[in-house]
Design a protein around this ligand. Structure first.
Ligand SMILES: *Cc1c(COP(=O)(O)O)cnc(C)c1O
Length: 364
């Protein structure tokens, strides 16, 4: 039986039907209806943040944030991420400047970031890769010292906390993705969390064509609203989120016990409650990684080279100055040797045993 790298967690059909039933009474399908209002409140509570502004997806949430902040110039970021992080910067007319990452958690190295700050730097955009939290304290220091805002791509970090502090409360603002493959999802969806209420107003305008009121359109905004059916899926999934994360944790522990000594795992982070969003493992070299990837595929076990290639290796950025994979050797090494293994709440122990036995056999 085929095992995919992920499988979306879903409520029962009855639960979802009960949730959306009222929409047939109200006929209010989008534009800040009862479901999006309820989900916003539920997320602000669960993520322990002042404000969570909802969007139709995480990528457009990030673009809206960059626009609402009125940024111009260079943004220091990581090449070891999903296409969205860099594409959002470029599509908003900003220049990404790539710093290297740390092997222990794949997140941006604050010292490397600080060394790249110039008078053109307008923001820092680190990513909580795989849900591993960045060194947010050092980034806070750098932010204060240089007067530059730090905004996080927290697409992987739903529900993650360090010493009780939520990822959603770190930095000036954070973007979360609620895509179907994420720990918490609304089919497609996302949000910006921030402590700045004034930013929220600008985000709401940016999200809805730049319209502030019936007769006032101060901005050239796009359309990035979450609709009521997405929010209803979110309300259902939020009821089950702790259970889902516990099931992911169980799966990760079983993987570790079966693969210790065979592949490298990322060490747990001190004080961090993980959401077990992904299970990255690292091989000795690219040849071994690629061999395992292909051999598992032949057994109908689908892993993912996540993230490979680096953003700086994308065809769309070839020949652009500043896009040099050799400039971030740690990130290049991680990209060449990583696989994320199948992980989702209802992945069975038997499937994990089959996957681990296959990996051990292929490497031997
Ligand atoms: C999923 C993801 C995004 C984009 O989110 P969407 O909701 O799919 O638009 C951005 N950054 C990272 C790191 C992601 O994994």
């Amino acid at each position: 039986m085929r095992i995919n790298v992920t499988r979306s967690s879903m409520p029962t059909m009855d639960e979802y039907m009960n949730e959306v039933r009222s929409l047939w009474e109200s006929h209010w399908l989008t534009n800040n209806g009862e479901k999006t209002i309820a989900l916003k409140a539920g997320l602000e509570n669960y993520l322990c943040c002042d404000h969570a502004e909802l969007f139709c997806n995480g990528h457009l949430a990030l673009e809206a944030l960059l626009r609402a902040m009125d940024l111009h110039g260079e943004v220091i970021t990581t090449p070891f991420t999903f296409a969205s992080t860099t594409h959002a910067l470029v599509r908003c007319g900003l220049t990404p400047v790539f710093a290297d990452v740390r092997p222990k958690d794949c997140t941006l190295d604050p010292d490397a970031v600080e060394a790249l700050i110039t008078e053109k730097t307008c923001a820092i955009l680190p990513v909580h890769v795989y849900g591993c939290l960045c060194d947010t304290e050092r980034f806070e220091e750098i932010s204060r010292k240089h007067g530059i805002p730090v905004i996080y791509d927290a697409a992987h970090a739903f529900g993650v906390k360090r010493n009780g502090v939520s990822a959603a409360a770190m930095g000036y603002a954070s973007m979360f993705s609620f895509h179907a493959t994420k720990v918490f999802h609304t089919i497609e969806g996302g949000c910006i969390t921030t402590g700045d209420g004034e930013l929220c107003q600008r985000l709401a305008v940016e999200r809805n064509f730049g319209i502030a009121s019936e007769e006032s359109t101060p901005g050239v905004g796009g359309n990035a609203k979450m609709n009521e059916f997405q929010a209803a899926m979110g309300l259902c999934n939020l009821r089950r989120i702790d259970q889902d994360i516990a099931a992911r944790k169980h799966a990760c522990q079983l993987y570790e016990s079966l693969l210790t000594g065979c592949v490298r795992f990322l060490p747990p982070q001190a004080g961090v409650t993980s959401n077990h969003a992904y299970l990255p493992v690292f091989f000795e070299n690219q040849a071994q990684r690629d061999h395992v990837y292909e051999a598992l595929k032949a057994r109908e076990i689908y892993t993912r080279k996540y993230f490979y290639p680096l953003i700086t290796q994308f065809e769309c950025y070839q020949g652009k100055s500043g896009f040099d994979p050799a400039a971030t050797p740690v990130a290049a090494g991680l990209a060449a040797t990583v696989l994320t293994l199948p992980l989702y709440p209802d992945l069975s122990d038997e499937d994990i045993q089959r996957i681990c036995a296959a990996i051990r056999e292929v490497i031997a």
